[in-house]
Design a binder for this molecule. Structure first.
Ligand SMILES: Nc1ncnc2c1ncn2[C@@H]1O[C@H](COP(=O)(O)OP(=O)(O)OP(=O)(O)O)[C@@H](O)[C@H]1O
Length: 625
């Protein structure tokens, strides 16, 4: 338990330390001035506040005829009225100062929120592919959302409330001691101590409940998003009920934890009320007895009561501030943890921009494993000479797509070298490397925006004319024009409103706009009908002309023209050569080729049979003339 507490305290300190730059933003003198002025207004308002009970006491005593108002002896009622007015004016001034403080600080808080959200977003994009593959997007976005809200709370409450609240308590304690004696100080101090002790204990208990509420909330959200992203799969298997049950189970945990959060708040408020009630009762009894003995005036009794009432406000605040800060910390703890995750692939400290010539690629004795226990590539060496096309084929899982991920430097290899124009890709900046490689991925995912936006993504400065021209080369312009809103048609989340072939052509169009010297075509012609495949192949032939191209393909018909074909099997190069040479060799490639040819022939035969059968059916159904 003691150990757990130490860990959580150090977490708290670390988080506060991390937050400091957001509370006192570097290079923003205007915001720093706002913080300073807001603090000044707050302190002044605390002093003004302490005058209020005095005015209350003096006006009560004046009404009781116990005060001669410094010998001026104005008419009794006039003096009391003046004091009551002064009392209310003081309150108004104090209120005004507080509003001023809030208005000044609003921009500091909002600036901090924006800064942190921005930093987290940028950091997410810096992290490696592995992190994103392992992390669930729904949970991630929830953590960021709660974290940014948390920072607003923390920035506000730590700077502007915690310290001034302590000052207010100390001033009140000094006034009691100096004006009424040690017993008043002792009761006040004990009440405040008991109040704070109870509040912290109860809040810690509540924070644990809140954590479990956050966890189940994240869990439910992750499940909901995952389920909706897999909308089609859910339908294919008719598993709506199971999905709903899974979601509801997480929501059940959330419901329980959320209810507990509210019940525990009730207990906390009640306990605070009891402690403060006991303290106030003792103080007022002490004062009432002193009035009876003639040691204090009725004004003093009123003063003690109004001081205590006033103290209850910051005390209430201590509880509230502590709760808010701890809860805010809980929320942003996970976000700071995210910010501390280091990118797996990083630019070397002395990395320079890649000097691109014609884009010759070379893999030399490359060994790679996603997981050390399972080697994927075992000593791969090949070259793609500048402007040439090399195709990689092989059984599923052989490691073909892995080659493209390594060239893009999504992962670092364990040994060997990968070079582009003779420069090891680990010695150049990732940005410069990626800027010279165009990728038509296996599975194109589009942004939930218009077709034009998705094509222009290849080069954001491209004109409408260039976007259209790229679409034409990619053989997709005609299709886009048939859409109700043409290039302005929205493609739906992840591009779901487009077919696989259409998405792929959008991907080709945006790569055309990028116009990179190196091209990776990953399974660019899989899962397409023959006509579409031919259209896409035409587009790809145009795009890859005079570009260094690495094709990763399943359909061998698309790689016949490659300058070299590499046959990969279980992470090793089984065969290599031109199409003709490999066929002659009569090895793995030749058998794959024969199998695919047989499959294609069988497909075509089936199509013909269907067509002729269809004709037969039609002629039989046709009415005799
Ligand atoms: N992120 C990853 N983490 C762990 N293992 C992975 C990861 N990505 C791929 N693998 C594994 O690495 C192996 C090679 O994958 P890769 O995608 O390169 O195969 P491929 O030859 O392109 O297959 P396919 O033709 O089916 O696309 C596979 O066994 C796969 O399960």
């Amino acid at each position: 338990m003691a150990n757990g507490k130490t860990v959580s305290e150090s977490h708290l300190l670390r988080t506060l330390f991390n937050l400091w730059p957001y509370m006192w933003p570097a290079g923003r003198a205007d915001l720093k001035m706002r913080v300073v002025w807001a603090s000044v207004y707050l302190l002044v308002s605390k002093f003004v506040l302490l005058l209020v009970p005095y005015f209350f006491k003096w006006s009560t005593d004046a009404l009781n005829g116990r005060m001669d108002l410094a010998g001026a002896v104005p008419p009794l009622l006039a003096g009391a009225v003046a004091l009551v007015i002064a009392y209310n004016v003081t309150r108004l001034i104090q209120l005004g100062l507080n509003q001023l403080r809030d208005a000044l600080f609003a921009s500091v808080g909002q600036h901090a929120v924006r800064q942190l959200a921005y930093k987290t977003f940028v950091h997410m994009h810096e992290l490696s592919l592995r992190f994103h593959l392992e992390r669930k997007t729904g949970g991630l976005s929830r953590i960021i959302e709660r974290g940014t809200k948390g920072i607003e709370t923390i920035v506000r409450f730590t700077i502007l409330n915690s310290v001034p609240t302590v000052i207010e308590f100390l001033l009140t304690a000094v006034i009691f001691w100096w004006g009424y004696g040690f017993s008043y100080l002792a009761v006040t101090a004990f009440t405040v101590w008991a109040y704070i002790w109870f509040t912290i204990r109860a809040s810690d208990w509540r924070i644990a409940i809140r954590r479990s509420m956050n966890d189940s909330d994240t869990d439910a959200n992750t499940k909901a998003i995952d389920s909706l992203l897999n909308f089609e799969t859910v339908k294919y298997f008719g598993n709506e009920e199971m999905e709903a049950k899974r979601f509801d189970k997480s929501m059940e945990r959330y419901e329980k934890a959320a209810t507990e959060v509210w019940t525990s708040l009730g207990w906390l408020n009640f306990g605070q009320g009891v402690i403060f009630g006991i303290g106030t009762t003792i103080m007022l009894v002490l004062s009432a007895l002193a009035v009876q003995r003639g040691e204090q005036t009725v004004g003093d009794f009123v003063f003690v009561n109004s001081m205590l009432l006033q103290l209850s406000v910051p005390l209430n605040f201590i509880g509230f501030v502590y709760r808010e800060i701890r809860q805010g910390l809980t929320d942003i703890e996970q976000m700071f943890d995210l910010l501390e995750v280091e990118a797996e692939v990083k630019d070397a400290p002395d990395a320079v921009a890649l000097r691109i010539g014609q884009g010759a690629i070379s893999f030399k004795d490359v060994h790679f494993a996603y997981d050390p226990a399972r080697p994927i590539l075992k000593g791969i060496s090949f070259e793609v000479p500048a402007g040439k096309t090399v195709a990689v084929v092989g059984p599923s899982g052989a490691g073909k797509s892995t080659l493209s991920r390594l060239l893009y430097r999504f992962y670092d290899i364990q040994s060997g070298t990968i070079t582009v124009d003779g420069q090891d890709i680990r010695t150049v900046t990732q940005k410069s490397l990626r800027s010279v490689i165009g990728m038509v991925p296996q599975d194109t995912v589009l942004f939930n925006d218009t077709v034009a936006y998705n094509i222009r993504y290849g080069r954001t400065s491209a004109s409408d004319g260039e976007v259209f021209a790229a679409a034409e080369v990619a053989q997709i312009a005609h299709f886009i024009e048939t859409l109700p809103e043409g290039f302005e048609t929205k493609v739906g989340e992840r591009g779901l409103k487009l077919s696989g072939g259409e998405k792929q052509r959008v991907a080709i169009a945006r790569t055309i706009l990028k116009a990179p010297p190196i091209l990776i075509l990953d399974e660019a012609t899989s899962a397409l009908d023959t006509t579409t495949e031919r259209e896409i192949q035409t587009a790809l032939d145009v795009v890859s002309k005079n570009r260094t191209t690495l094709v990763i393909a399943h359909r061998l018909s698309t790689v016949i023209g490659a300058d070299e074909i590499i046959v990969l099997k279980s992470g090793e190069i089984a065969e290599r050569g031109t199409h003709a040479a490999l066929l002659e060799r009569n090895g793995l490639y030749a058998s794959m080729w024969n199998r695919q040819r047989e499959a294609t022939q069988a497909e075509e035969h089936l199509k013909q049979v269907r067509e002729s059968d269809e004709l037969g059916v039609i002629s039989r159904l046709a009415p005799a003339s």
